[in-house]
Design a protein around this ligand. Structure first.
Ligand code: UT7
Length: 324
């Protein structure tokens, strides 16, 4: 049966110039390169320049995705930006990206699901494209996450970085079963676990921005289980076997979580895209950045079957299966 499906036409990414290494961090808090590398796999992260906003990072990523797709900004009628670190409380950072790209029409809005944000944005865009509400979308994940870190808390400040990534997604008609496009999503949240990973500030609570607070080992404990169940849901829905998956592009929180999920799902290590060592955890930007990295270096090719997953604050988690 033919159908309308959302197809990824191009991927893009942007990492700020400044790099902060584990050795740099060891001069700021009581930590070491050995501890960070052994517990997380992270070696360095990128930090946005003082005058760079989340929308600046997102716009750079959008421009690179548009160039890769061969699509003009004027063809975009939907921008969904996943971010936890917006430029301002309002308007949506996506509208700043819209303005910076010189796009006057369509709709632009933000999605907030922390580290799972990109998959929530992708599911939202896909639903809107498939129902015919829009035709060509920019789906972005962008963060200046280091701005909400408490640089004296070694349990969190060593984990995160800044960056942006995204895809151009276009609805295509009369797609057949084996063709390119997004095949399935599974997104879930559990609000009862909100306190285990949160920011201790906000507009209607403290009137401040606040800092990231995390009970890391509790989050870790839930991550592998939630991620695995989301992955099993998308595989079950599509009838795709794990051995058919060409590439696994997970949210890049911790190499140990990546390894744990891959092991549980019986995924070959050689299929796992890991950027955790170079980028750290860039929250909503990590999946599109990892996708862009592996497409740019030629590992992921058009037609490959790509499985993605994420888990983050909320708790929020999800998985997406797509043929690039
Ligand atoms: O993307 C959103 C989702 N987030 C995640 O998925 C993060 C999930 N959690 C994790 O990745 C891990 O829990 C962490 C990497 C955050 C921590 O690793 P852990 O193995 O769970 O360590 P822990 O929190 O149980 O702490 C073990 C020890 C503690 O010392 P004591 O109490 O045993 O003496 C910590 O104080 O490690 C200490 N510690 C550190 N030591 C050196 C915590 N952070 C550091 C640090 N450097 N940066």
């Amino acid at each position: 049966m033919s159908q309308r499906r959302s197809v990824v036409l191009g991927t893009g990414g942007y990492l700020p110039e400044r790099v902060l290494t584990n050795e740099d961090l060891a001069r700021m808090v009581e930590t070491s390169d050995e501890w960070i590398a052994a517990r997380t796999g992270i070696r360095q992260r990128h930090i946005a320049a003082e005058d760079q906003l989340t929308s600046d990072l997102a716009t750079r990523a959008a421009e690179s995705a548009l160039a890769a797709a061969g699509v003009e900004p004027s063809a975009i009628d939907l921008i969904i930006l996943a971010t936890t670190t917006p430029d301002r409380t309002f308007p949506a950072t996506a509208t700043a990206v819209q303005a910076k790209l010189g796009i006057a029409g369509g709709a632009a809005f933000d999605v907030q699901a922390v580290c799972s944000g990109f998959l929530f944005a992708l599911a939202t865009a896909d639903s809107m494209l498939r129902t015919g509400l829009f035709d060509t979308a920019l789906v972005l994940g962008a963060e200046t996450f280091t701005r909400i870190l408490d640089w004296s808390d070694r349990g969190t400040c060593v984990l995160f970085g800044d960056g942006a990534g995204g895809v151009v997604l276009q609805a295509q008609e009369d797609v057949q079963a084996g063709d390119r496009g997004i095949l399935a999503h599974h997104i879930r949240t559990d609000g009862t676990k909100g306190d285990l990973l949160h920011v201790d500030g906000g507009v209607s609570s403290t009137g401040t921005i606040g800092h990231v607070r995390m009970q890391g080992n509790q989050v870790f404990r839930h991550a592998v289980t939630n991620i695995s169940s989301a992955v099993e849901a998308v595989l079950g829905e599509t009838g795709v076997g794990i051995e058919e998956v060409d590439w696994f592009v997970p949210h890049q929180a911790n190499q140990r979580i990546l390894d744990g999920v891959a092991k549980r799902l019986k995924l070959k290590e050689s299929k796992v895209i890991s950027t955790v060592a170079g980028h750290g955890n860039t929250s909503a930007a990590s999946i599109p950045l990892a996708l862009w990295t592996a497409v740019s270096d030629g590992r992921i090719k058009p037609g490959d079957l790509v499985l993605s997953e994420a888990m983050g604050g909320g708790f929020s988690w999800g998985a997406t299966l797509l043929r690039l």
